[in-house]
Design a binder for this molecule. Sequence first.
Ligand SMILES: Cc1ncc(COP(=O)(O)O)c(C=O)c1O
Length: 384
Amino acid sequence: MSTRRPGPSTLSIHGLPHRRADWTPVVGPVMQSATFVNPVGSSEEVLYSRYGNNPNQVELARKYALLEGAEAAVILSSGMGATALAHLAVLRPGDHLLASEWIYGGTRRLFDDELGRFGIEVSYVEPTQHRLWRKSVKKSTRAIFVETPTNPTLRVIDLAPIAQVAKEFGLALLVDGTFASPINFRPIEHGADVVISSATKYLNGHSDVIAGAVAGSASFIEEVTRLMRLWGQSIDPHAAWLVERGLRTLAVRMERHNANGLAVAEWAAVQPEFLAVHYPGLPNHPDHTHAAAVLHGFGGMVGLQLRGGVRAAERFLKKLKLITHAPSLAGVESLISEPRLTSHKGMSADARARIGIPDGFLRLSCGIEDAPDIIADLEQALGR
Ligand SMILES: Cc1ncc(COP(=O)(O)O)c(C=O)c1O
C-alpha cells in the first residue's frame, strides 16, 4: 500500500481513501437525528447532535482537518461561532489578545464589544509592521490573531515573523484563512497553531449554508468542542451534509475562482473608470511577491474603487445584472457589496479609511460563471 498523501481534491472527496463495504451508499445519508439509541447501562459518551458527534458533523470535521493539515477540527454553526469559541478556548479573564487591525468587521466587533466583558483586553497592530508585533506583547498576552488574505482589502500577511514572535513568547497564533480556503493557503504550514474558517464561504461554496470551522491540535479542538457543547454552537446535521457536499468540489471551484479573479482584476486594472483595483495577483499589489510565494492561487475576491466615490459606486451597482448586490462571498455566483454598509458597518468612515476601506470601496466576489460574462456585466455597468 502506497504511503503517498492524497492531494487536496482527493481528500475533499474521500477523506483518506478507504475501500467501501459492499452495498453501502456511495454518498453518506443525512443523519437528521438529534439523538441516537443508547446501550442500557453504558457509560460511553452518548451520541447527541449538540455534542458534535453526529456522523455528518464528525465526517466533515475529519475532512476539514485533513485539508488544513491539522490533527483535528470541529465544525460549528457559523464562522463567528468558530472565531468566538477558538478565542474563548485560549483566553481567560486578565489575558491580552494581540490582533491584526486588518480584519473582518464582525470579528472586530466581537473583540471590541464582547471579549472585554470577560475581562479580556484586545489591542491592534498594523500587521505588516513586523517590529510592532514584538513590541506590543505584554506579560498578559496569550494569543495573536491574524486574518489573511484580509477582508476586504486583499492584503496577504506574512505569517513567518508573527509566528516567530508567537513561538518566542509561547503565544497561540490563530489565523482566519476564510478568503483563501485550504486549497490556496494552509496557515498551519506557515506557523499557525489554529485555523478558523467561515465555512459559509469557499468550503461550502453555494451560498446556502451558514457554518464555521476550527482546526488545530487534538487538545485544542477538544477544548473548543467542550465549549461548543456548553455554549450550544454545533452545526445542524443537514447543514453539515451540505457543507460536505460543497467540499467535494472545493479544489475545482477554487481553480475557477482563481482564474476568474485574475481575469477580472487584470481587466479592471486597465479601465480608466477605476481609481484602484485590489488583487494580490496583480504585479503592482503591495504583497504580490509574497502572495505569489505562499498562495496556490490568488482567489476570487477583488477590491474595486471607482472614480467618483459612493455616488459612482451606487450608480454602478444599480446597473449590474449578472453580479448580485448581496453581502457574503465565495459562492458559485458572483456577488458584490459595499463594506461600509455590510462587513465593516459600525466603524466610523475615518476608522475604515485608516484600514484601507474608503467609502465607495466595492468588494467583488467572482463566482465560477464564465469570466467573459462577468466582465461583460461590469463593462455594461460602466456605461459602455
Ligand atoms: C474573514 C471572515 N471571517 C469570518 C466571518 C464570519 O463568518 P459567518 O458569516 O459564517 O459567521 C466572515 C463573514 O463574512 C469573514 O468574511
